[in-house]
Write a protein that binds this ligand. Structure first.
Ligand code: FAD
Length: 494
């Protein structure tokens, strides 16, 4: 079998490059896949928290969970704990669980608000993974079919790229070590050859640009314009500083703590804890941002703090001529909801669907790919802005400005639909479902102005009884679960 894109060259060996190479080699056995990377340049090496879609990606590739966790110092992730976002001292969880019915008389949150019984506790007590996260417990169902909640992982990004590299090489990917110095364009504007610093020349039919922030092909060679989201998402720098593991128990959650001009992450791995401070250089200088991070650390640093500079946004086209960009070369949204690796997988899935044997995808298919990726970035962008714009913090210029942002129209409509009608409107290409949106609205204390009259169809006592039952059943289920680290150790021993 032949594909019109017979020779595929992946440029870059970070997470994006090795994910692409592994998936393409597995899905297209009749094509050759070659990956070129430069150890001298290295990889960005951050990106330790993920989104549940990574599990489907691993399943499709036949990756064993225990083997993956062992290789990457991985831990389980139930969601993100947001601290100080609404106002200092408050916190909430966004876990990947369900909150029952979302509309009409069966609406769990609606009945919870209507009943207004203080003894019910927080809304989160109605959500299985939120209760597990609060108590630091974890356990999977005996089979995927019986699994009642979604989850993701934390891992060492450098080890993840190496782990995938091992699998990709076994599946026939050829690895070339070398620094690309020159990109040769074809007469039709596409890429024809890559010239390496040592004089070697690589040729291909399809090039996957995973060159990170360098954006060698889609940005530098093809000059695809960058669509900048900086006016909505002004953070543009991060200090990263891993520490020794703290004595605290291994939390099954990422932590995101709001800071004076951005936020700080805390990501628990088995051997160390990832820390970083994402900030807006318009509001705080790099030195002060670094001091603020160092004050947050809960263990001894194992490396010097490292500064990363970035822009939020994406290339106008992700696929142009015979170049498809994935990962940081295609765009970046701040890592608040751990979505970069998810966006790589999403792009890869769409791409593989279009690489049919013997045909170059039609222009309309490429246009649809680009439109879908743009929309997916926009949806994630809106979800991230939601975390900021609902704040009631006014204690720094950054937070005052975030509270008064002029919102993208798409997000303004969603917020309006929720506030006025209690509707969790979903567009196409959403990365986050209605429950995730509800978790942030609820966590930020942002509720509809009026209750849905249909809620009264259920007698108040019935609603209270149902909520108590659900809460008590979740509490009993979680009480019987092991601590996260104990469960993780049992998986690693398999
Ligand atoms: C501060 C920060 C925090 C993040 N946190 C998260 C997170 O929690 N979750 C998440 O999903 N994502 C996160 N990300 C994003 C995540 O790190 C990336 O999406 C992911 O690692 C993929 O990176 P990449 O492979 O695109 O780029 P890189 O890892 O930078 O890889 C680029 C590759 O291209 C190669 N290359 C570049 N130029 C050349 C050349 N001239 N010749 C040959 N090779 C070349 C490099 O050697 C390297 O192999 C974060 C990013 C940042 C900046």
């Amino acid at each position: 079998m032949n594909t019109a894109y017979q020779r595929i060259v992946v440029v870059g060996g970070g997470s994006a490059g090795w994910m692409a190479a592994t998936a393409l080699a597995s899905a297209l056995p009749a094509s050759t896949v070659e990956l070129v990377e430069s150890e001298e340049i290295g990889i960005v090496g951050v990106g330790e928290a993920t989104f549940p879609s990574i599990r489907a990606f691993h399943r499709i590739l036949g990756i064993d969970e225990a083997q993956f966790l062992r290789a990457t110092n991985g831990t389980f992730k139930l969601g993100i704990e947001f601290r100080d976002w609404r106002t200092p001292g408050e916190h909430y969880l966004h876990t990947f669980g369900d909150l029952g019915g979302l509309s009409g008389p069966q609406s769990l949150w609606g009945q919870y608000r209507r009943v207004g019984d203080a003894q019910l506790g927080a809304l989160g007590e109605q959500c299985l993974p939120s209760v597990m996260a609060r108590q630091g417990r974890f356990q999977l169902a005996p089979s995927e079919r019986e699994q009642q909640f979604n989850y993701a992982y934390h891992f060492d990004a450098t080890l993840y790229a190496l782990f995938l590299r091992g699998i990709a090489l076994q599946r026939g990917v050829r690895r070339t070590e070398g620094r690309i110095e020159h990109v040769v364009r074809r007469a039709d504007g596409g890429v024809g050859q890559l010239k390496l610093a040592d004089g070697r020349v690589l040729e291909g039919d399809l090039f996957i640009d995973c060159s990170g922030f360098a954006s060698l092909l889609i940005g530098r060679a093809l000059e695809q314009p960058f669509v900048d989201y900086g006016h909505w998402l002004p953070v543009d720098r991060a200090w990263a500083c891993p520490t020794e593991r703290s004595v605290a128990a291994l939390a099954p959650t990422t932590r995101a703590t709001a800071m004076e001009a951005g936020w700080a992450w805390r990501i628990p791995l088995r051997n160390r804890t990832g820390h970083g401070h994402v900030f807006a250089s318009r509001y705080i200088d790099e030195g002060r941002a670094c001091e603020q991070l160092l004050r947050q650390l809960d263990g001894a640093p194992v490396a010097e703090p490292r500064l990363l500079r970035f822009k939020t946004g994406h290339r106008a086209r992700f696929w142009s001529h015979n170049v498809v960009a994935l990962g940081l070369s295609s765009g970046f949204l701040e890592p608040l909801e751990s979505t970069s690796i998810f966006l790589v997988q999403s792009g890869l899935g769409r791409l593989i669907d279009l690489l049919l044997p013997g045909v170059v995808p039609a222009e309309a298919a490429v246009a649809a790919y680009n439109a879908g990726m743009v929309r997916q970035f926009e949806r994630v962008r809106d979800f991230i802005i939601l975390h900021y714009c609902l704040t009631v913090r006014r204690d720094s210029q950054f937070w005052r400005d975030m509270a008064n942002l002029e919102l993208p129209e798409t997000l303004a409509f969603k917020i309006h639909a929720w506030r006025e009608a209690g509707a969790l409107h979903q567009y196409d290409e959403e990365g986050f479902d209605a429950t995730s949106w509800l978790a942030v609205h609820a966590g930020m204390g942002h509720w509809p102005r009026r209750a849905d009259p249909s809620l009264r169809d259920m007698p108040q006592e019935d609603a209270l009884r149902a909520l108590r039952l659900r809460r008590d059943s979740i509490a009993a289920t979680v009480a019987a679960m092991p601590r996260h680290e104990d469960y993780l150790n049992s998986v690693l021993a398999r």
